[in-house]
Design a protein around this ligand. Structure first.
Ligand SMILES: *Cc1c(COP(=O)(O)O)cnc(C)c1O
Length: 386
């Protein structure tokens, strides 16, 4: 008997969440409104931040943060190449230069030691990435930012539920969380900015909706005040309430969602470590709580005689989804073909990025998976490797 397809991920949406969407649909107000306000409040409380701004995606948030910080031509932004390409695209689209920093070979996270040699007098921003659900070592990175007077924006797309030294990611500075369908808490598509910087929050709030000065949902007018004026030209990056409401229940259950992911990840790591040529990512030694967004292994072809892409294809034949998080951005066609001409020589020290980019594979991990599913995946990997 063939087993049903086991996807890479499945959102943790329950019947109550579905009912909450139906209620918004029936309410007559389906776009940005009171559910956005509730989501922003819940995220502010959870991350211990001062401000939260809900957006259509984390990518939209990155675009607006770059603009709000005045990043543009002549500026350099340091960020890993091993990240989702949206960050590199947004830096390039605002006219700034993405400077690629290497990552730790085991955790795939960058650190202050790797970042510091890349700082020049053009460096305006550093965007380190919390990878796979682990936490960056934030103290040395923020110390670097202070020493050189450079702003830090944490890419926290994987890190809702992650902690650093007992504090939630988001508590420290300015963060962008993604609520895309694969992420631990989802609105289907969506993102949210958290920050202690009131001016930045206000600017992003304005830019996300045409540059209008007022954003608050007004019960009397059922929306924005009709007198609201354009302060500066803006975008259309707001989140509909039918999306926002989907996250409210998930946020209430976030500790149990994280606990289920953690139990599954631990079971995976125990069994996978028995297979020669398969190495799960390393876990950072600094004090943190992992939210197990992704379960990533490295496939060493020299040891197991199978390359990563073949493993993914053969898992698919066995009805198991797998993914790559991520293909190094400097190896994407556009950046291969245009980086040197546009920006000059690429950082030559990206060995850990390049090796991992060709070896990493994400296996199914979502809260409604069972331990039997984990066993099925591990057995499949084991059979394929032989
Ligand atoms: C998902 C993701 C993003 C982008 O999030 P969207 O909400 O899809 O725009 C950015 N960075 C990383 C590391 C991601 O995984």
């Amino acid at each position: 008997m063939t087993q049903p397809f086991l996807p890479l991920c499945r959102p943790a949406v329950d019947d109550k969440d579905i009912q909450s969407v139906v209620e918004v649909l029936k309410s007559g107000w389906i776009t940005t409104g009171p559910k956005n306000a509730q989501l922003e409040q819940q995220i502010t409380d959870y991350t211990k931040s001062d401000h939260a701004v809900a957006l259509s995606s984390a990518t939209a948030g990155m675009h607006l943060v770059l603009l709000a910080l005045g990043i543009g031509p002549g500026d350099e932004v340091i960020t890993p190449s091993l990240t989702w390409v949206s960050t590199i695209n947004m830096i390039t689209l605002v006219g700034a230069k993405p400077v690629f920093v290497d990552v730790d070979p085991e955790t795939l996270m960058t650190n202050a030691e790797l970042i510091e040699p890349l700082i020049t007098d053009k460096t305006k921003l550093i965007i380190p990435v919390h990878y796979a659900g682990g936490s960056l070592d934030l103290d040395p990175i923020y110390a670097l930012g202070e020493r050189y007077n450079i702003t830090i924006v944490e890419d926290a797309a994987h890190a809702l539920g992650t902690q650093y030294k007992g504090q939630p990611i988001g508590q420290r500075g300015t963060c962008l969380f993604s609520l895309h369908a694969i992420k631990n808490v989802t609105t289907a598509e969506g993102g949210i900015l958290t920050t202690h910087n009131a001016e930045l929050a206000e600017k992003v709030r304005r830019l996300k909706f045409h540059g209008l000065g007022v954003d608050a949902f007004d019960r009397e007018t059922q929306g924005r005040s009709p007198q609201a004026e354009v302060i500066e030209p803006g975008f259309k990056y707001n989140m509909p309430d039918i999306c926002a409401v989907l996250a409210l229940g998930q946020l209430e259950r976030i500790e149990s969602i994280t606990a289920k992911r953690t139990a599954l990840a631990m079971a995976y790591r125990n069994s996978l470590s028995q297979i020669a040529g398969i190495r799960p990512l390393g876990i950072a030694e600094h004090d943190h709580k992992h939210c197990w967004h992704l379960l990533i292994i490295r496939v060493d072809e020299n040891v197991c005689g199978k390359n990563r892409d073949d493993l993914i294809a053969e898992l698919k034949e066995k009805g198991i989804g797998a993914g790559i998080h991520f293909k190094a951005c400097h190896t994407q066609k556009y950046y291969r073909d245009n980086y040197a001409e546009k920006f000059g020589a690429i950082n030559p020290n990206l060995e850990n990025t390049e090796r991992n980019s060709s070896q990493i594979c994400s296996l199914p991990l979502f809260p409604d998976m069972t331990m039997e599913d984990v066993e099925r995946v591990v057995n499949a990997v084991s059979e394929i490797i032989g």
